[in-house]
Design a protein around this ligand. Structure first.
Ligand code: ZN
Ligand code: ZN
Length: 325
């Protein structure tokens, strides 16, 4: 199968015809992840991140400005970076935009410690191609914990092999920008650079508002809230799409996987929780298909479209919904 075919398969509609959906059996963790071997390179930073985020419970680290930076960061890095950038633009090509904007979204995505753009895209395309069947990288059919964060913490030979990258993300790696990010962990360095910038800005804000005595505390507050807490919230939001979004919720479409629409996940992930709609028609740039399925990321894409920055926006086809029967 050629690369373009594979990308197309990953983006193909996944509607199942007939009156009953396919019976889904328990799926084991992917064979390429067995025997289980801890991926220390991912486990250690994630443990550090969780521990550092706990500092949010220490009052000394709290500041209202730090909280505002965290909330703004959730929109800028989480929504523009992951939801709009990594997912709808880079993985599914739900719209096109100028290169400078695409690269900016990719840089925002990196600031969430969720892999380089190429690795994220490759793994997510694998998920769409095999969703809830072997070798889906993160199906809850293996276990809920596996689908949430277990799959990140163990080695999966597929995720680091050049062949997978070549097969699932060749379109990205043709762009020298994405290729460079893979070299010598450059993307991780960018994450730490953005953390340093936010911390420094916190210090400057402390100097301007409190004076020299406020520099250290404000810098620490912006680091804990604006970097650690926000990164953690965005991470668990994304992971919830893979875990909760394949277990709890309702379905609009009969798909060959067990994807669900879940309002809570939609709320914390800027619209990604309408996951059954998304699996039914993966390329579509809007994930809310019914009037009450609010999708904040879609509004961003619509605004980009209205000012001429987003083009070729893919819209949903009218397909029969389960409720129509
Ligand atoms: Zn899914
Ligand atoms: Zn997707």
């Amino acid at each position: 199968m050629s690369t373009s075919d594979l990308v197309d398969v990953s983006n193909a509609d996944s509607i199942v015809e007939g009156s009953t959906a396919e019976e889904l059996n328990r799926v084991d963790v992917p064979k390429t992840a067995q025997p289980l071997r801890i991926y220390w390179l991912y486990l250690v930073p994630l443990v550090i991140l969780h521990v550092m985020a706990l500092l949010a419970f220490v009052p000394w680290f709290f500041s209202w400005s730090g909280l505002v930076v965290a909330i703004l960061g959730h929109f800028v890095f989480g929504m523009l970076g992951i939801t709009v950038g990594y997912h709808r633009l880079l993985t599914h090509r739900g719209f096109t935009c100028p290169k400078w904007l695409e690269h900016t979204f990719a840089l925002f995505g990196i600031c969430n410690l969720q892999d380089s753009p190429a690795r994220w895209v490759a793994i997510h395309r694998m998920h769409h191609q095999h969703s809830d069947h072997q070798p889906d990288p993160h199906t809850p059919m293996a276990s809920l914990f596996w689908s949430h964060m277990g799959w990140v913490l163990y080695h999966n030979r597929d995720h680091d092999s050049l062949t997978s990258f070549e097969r699932y993300a060749r379109d990205l790696l043709k762009d020298p920008f994405y290729l460079k990010l893979e070299r010598r962990g450059l993307w991780v360095k960018i994450f730490w650079l953005h953390a340093a910038i936010i911390t420094a800005l916190g210090g400057l804000f402390g100097l301007a508002t409190v004076g020299p005595s406020g520099v250290i505390q404000m810098a620490a507050s912006w680091l804990v809230w604006g970097v650690f807490v926000r990164t953690l919230v965005v991470l668990h939001g994304t992971w919830s799409v893979n875990s909760i979004g394949h277990v709890f919720g309702y379905k609009n479409y009969k798909t060959r996987d067990d994807s669900r629409n879940n309002w809570f996940v939609a709320l914390i992930s800027h619209g990604e929780g309408w996951h059954n709609n998304h699996h039914a028609q993966p390329r579509v740039a809007h994930h809310g298909h019914r009037w009450f399925e609010f999708d904040m990321s879609w509004w961003v894409i619509r605004i980009l479209e209205s000012v001429g920055l987003a083009k070729d926006v893919v819209r949903a086809k009218k397909l029969p919904m389960i409720h129509d029967h």
